[in-house]
Design a protein around this ligand. Structure first.
Ligand SMILES: O=C(O)C1=C[C@@H](OP(=O)(O)O)[C@@H](O)[C@H](O)C1
Ligand SMILES: C=C(OP(=O)(O)O)C(=O)O
Length: 442
């Protein structure tokens, strides 16, 4: 989907130092939620600093197919004309790429609004589970069918009758299923309240907080009974807040903060700060546990270090995306690190547990890959290697950090294959990384 030109591989020369400041691209999670809420709202919403990447192009393209009007005013401003909870087009064929934040919320909204819709994506999207969401919706009157393998996209949605008082969804495979139902809940709660119950464990909880925060900004309050049940009272409609600014992406911030912690710093990210609504800002807490120095302002975070990082043993269920960055930062720690409770890695852009283990071994780490954990023991010196990226933007971005071992490998580049996958969330990643990777000490 990306139009920028990318080479087949990028050779990252080993560097001694990381230093500088980076303005972050917009948050993927906030961008795609904001686009859908703006489309469902009454009124026009001006969105500042929307992420420009494959995942947001997928959502924008789908809204266009559904007849929602939007324009891009300039590089930083989009305007979405909300349709007040209806859809101009009752029939559409929607390409979802590999954007979980598009297909899951759209599936719920379209099943509730009703119409004749097909949703499909790239081949990996057709291996990413959606069965728990489809089951939850079909149990209350939606008509969603699998046109490929049961439990996975592609999907065909037909008009149904969805007005439940209670519904139940499992939360142990992806939190995006609950997010999807929450965002669709005001469309269901026309006459009576709707309560969504979570069955079993709920993973990735901070993403639910992003959902609730944004629903609130669009005028819908959700009553929360811990993490077990969520109720939306009737008579609430999404209304445009007028304008909204998208924070910088806290998951994208993790690569630069880790660079500052690994290779001296300071590296500052601009666009997220201490009051961010994104759970991934807590990545900086993990870096602090590893011994990095972190400072936080209202709209920025900075990381540096004057000693080698310490190994970490922690539960990373709350920050599954940024935890990948910890796995690579562990290459620079003083002992064995253990990342726990990350089973969801297996059903994302690739099987990230297997991919991460394979590529960390290439640079010389000893890696134990558990069903839901990863244990990483770094080598004394990294081996220059050709890193495969599995069409996973985060594999490409994380492994750029393996070029920061300049002292040990002077002259030997780290090769990153197929760098175009970064277009999913950060098309200019490698140019931005180059701006903080310095080949000198001071
Ligand atoms: O809701 C969201 O914006 C997201 C939720 C997380 O997925 P899971 O809930 O599947 O872990 C995360 O990995 C993904 O990148 C974005
Ligand atoms: C898991 C991810 O994406 P998605 O929103 O497609 O689930 C990710 O960006 O790491």
């Amino acid at each position: 989907m990306q139009s920028k030109h990318y080479p087949q591989h990028i050779d990252l020369e080993p560097v001694m130092h990381a230093r500088g400041a980076v303005r972050l691209p917009g948050s993927k999670s906030i961008s795609n939620r904001t686009l859908l809420l703006a489309a469902l709202a009454e009124g026009t919403t001006v969105i500042h600093d929307l992420l420009a990447s494959d995942d947001t192009l997928v959502m924008l393209g789908a809204l266009r197919e559904l007849g929602i009007g939007w324009e891009q005013k300039n590089d930083h401003t989009h305007v979405v004309h909300g349709s007040g909870g209806t859809l101009p087009n009752a029939k559409a064929d929607l390409f979802m790429g590999n954007a979980g934040t598009a297909i899951r919320p759209l599936t719920a909204a379209l099943a509730v609004i009703g119409g004749d819709f097909t949703l499909h994506g790239v081949s990996r999207m057709h291996e990413r589970p959606i069965g728990d969401l489809v089951d939850a919706l079909n149990a209350v009157g939606a008509r969603i069918e699998y046109t490929g393998n049961p439990g996975y996209p592609p999907l065909h949605i037909r008009p149904g009758q969805v007005a439940p008082e209670r519904m139940a969804v499992r939360g142990n495979v992806s939190s995006q299923f609950l997010t999807a139902l929450l965002m669709a809940a005001p469309l269901m709660a026309k006459e009576h309240p709707v309560t969504i119950e979570v069955v079993g464990e709920l993973i990735s909880k901070p993403y639910i907080e992003i959902t609730l925060n944004l629903m609130g900004r669009f005028g819908v309050a959700v009553e929360q009974d811990g993490w077990r049940a969520f109720t939306v009272r009737p008579g609430q409609r999404y209304t445009s807040p007028g304008s909204i600014r998208v924070e910088g992406d806290a998951s994208s911030a993790s690569y630069f903060l880790a660079a500052g912690a690994i290779a001296g710093g300071p590296v500052r990210v601009e666009g997220v700060g201490r009051d961010s609504i994104q759970g991934d800002v807590r990545f900086a807490d993990a870096l602090e546990l590893m011994g990095a120095r972190v400072t936080r302002g209202d709209t920025w975070i900075e990381a540096s270090a004057d000693a080698p990082l310490k190994a970490i043993d922690a539960d990373f269920n709350h920050i599954p995306d940024a935890a990948m960055t910890i796995a690579v930062a562990a290459l620079y720690a003083d002992g064995t690190s253990t990342l726990r409770n990350i089973a969801s890695w297996r059903v994302k852009e690739t099987d990230r547990l297997a991919a991460m283990a394979a590529e960390l071994r290439k640079v010389g780490a000893i890696v134990e890959e558990g069903a839901d954990y990863l244990r990483v023991t770094p080598p004394a010196e990294l081996t220059p290697a050709t890193i495969d990226t599995y069409d996973d933007h985060r594999m490409a971005m994380c492994f750029s950090l393996a070029s920061l071992d300049g002292a040990a490998r002077r002259g030997n580049a780290m090769r990153i294959n197929d760098p175009k996958c970064v277009a999913k969330t950060f098309p200019d990643y490698f140019e931005t990384f180059a701006s903080i990777a310095k080949d000198e000490l001071f």
